[in-house]
Design a protein around this ligand. Structure first.
Ligand code: GUN
Length: 285
């Protein structure tokens, strides 16, 4: 069975839109983004995020820089956005050019406007089991997709392929939390793992975030496993995941497609986090 991330994300956008309508009369929620350079995929992702914001009634403030921008210019912009009471969320699209210190940029964003959930304050809280202001959008989107598909991870072996700061590490922290909706037994594998297949074959839920086109084949997947594909890769001009979908689908009980799986859920969670930030502020004033 195919898990339809596109349909689930559209349901969430509808729900967000309804919630935002209830705030009519006061200012709309607002997301500010920072986009640096010409990297085509980043421009496409930001375009999709902006379209989704417009659909649900979130204002967008765009800040686009040329590749040559210096660290100080970005930091000054972020300091201004941190202080701007009309901005609820700040998104810095990754990756940044190599002359920019990305760690310093991420740390400059106020944790209370860090709707990507990348700030060490939020990641640290997630790891410690304290409530972070925001959980990173892709892990949150995967968890939401599993919940809305009635898939419980408690008592299950979840194998995550990939150890990135954006997906693998925070996803491991999220799914092993001590809550009835998480409580998974998590194993993380990566490019330097020996006996990869031995471990992936043990997965009840296999989540791939490696960025290797069609790396995962049927012989690596236990019969009846649930397969969640986070990869977005180009192969021979076609968009494909980390899973060889045609090959693996008969082996899996449920599987997400690429496109139309995790990608739209990431965007829905960005909007959800932005609304959360807006609502947190409204409660303060
Ligand atoms: N680059 C790849 N994924 C993401 C994401 O979720 N957020 C940001 N800001 N950049 C990314």
């Amino acid at each position: 069975m195919i898990i339809d991330g596109k349909k689930t994300s559209q349901d969430i956008l509808e729900e967000l839109s309804e919630q935002i309508k209830k705030h009519q009369g006061s200012r709309a929620p607002c997301l500010a983004y920072i986009l640096v350079g010409e990297y085509e995929a980043s421009h496409l992702y930001v375009k999709r995020k902006v379209q989704a914001c417009e659909r649900v009634g979130i204002n967008v403030k765009g800040n686009v820089f040329e590749e040559s921008v210096c660290q100080k210019q970005i930091l000054e912009l972020i300091h201004g956005l941190n202080l701007d009471p009309t901005v609820d969320g700040i998104l810095v699209q990754m990756p940044l050019p190599s002359h920019i210190n990305a760690q310093q940029i991420v740390e400059a964003v106020s944790p209370q406007k860090d709707v990507d959930g990348f700030h060490p304050f939020n990641i640290g809280r997630l790891l410690l089991g304290y409530t972070p202001f925001f959980v990173p959008c892709t892990p949150l989107g995967i968890h939401e997709l599993l919940m809305r598909s009635n898939i419980q991870v408690s008592h299950k072996n979840v194998v995550i392929m990939g150890r990135s700061n954006i997906v693998g590490k925070p996803l491991a922290a999220l799914l092993m939390q001590k809550t009835s909706q998480t409580n998974a037994t998590v194993t993380v594998v990566h490019s330097h793992t020996s006996n990869l297949e031995e471990i992936t074959l043990n997965a009840d839920v296999l989540i791939t975030a490696m960025g290797s086109p069609e790396l995962v084949k049927a012989h690596m997947v236990k019969k009846g496993a649930i397969v969640i594909d986070v990869g977005i890769n180009r192969l021979h001009g076609k968009l494909v995941g980390d899973v060889d979908f045609k090959n693996v689908e008969p082996q899996a009980s449920q599987i997400t497609p690429v496109p139309g799986g995790v990608g739209p859920m990431t965007i829905a969670m960005l909007l959800s986090n932005t609304l959360k930030s807006y609502q947190m502020k409204a409660q303060l004033t």
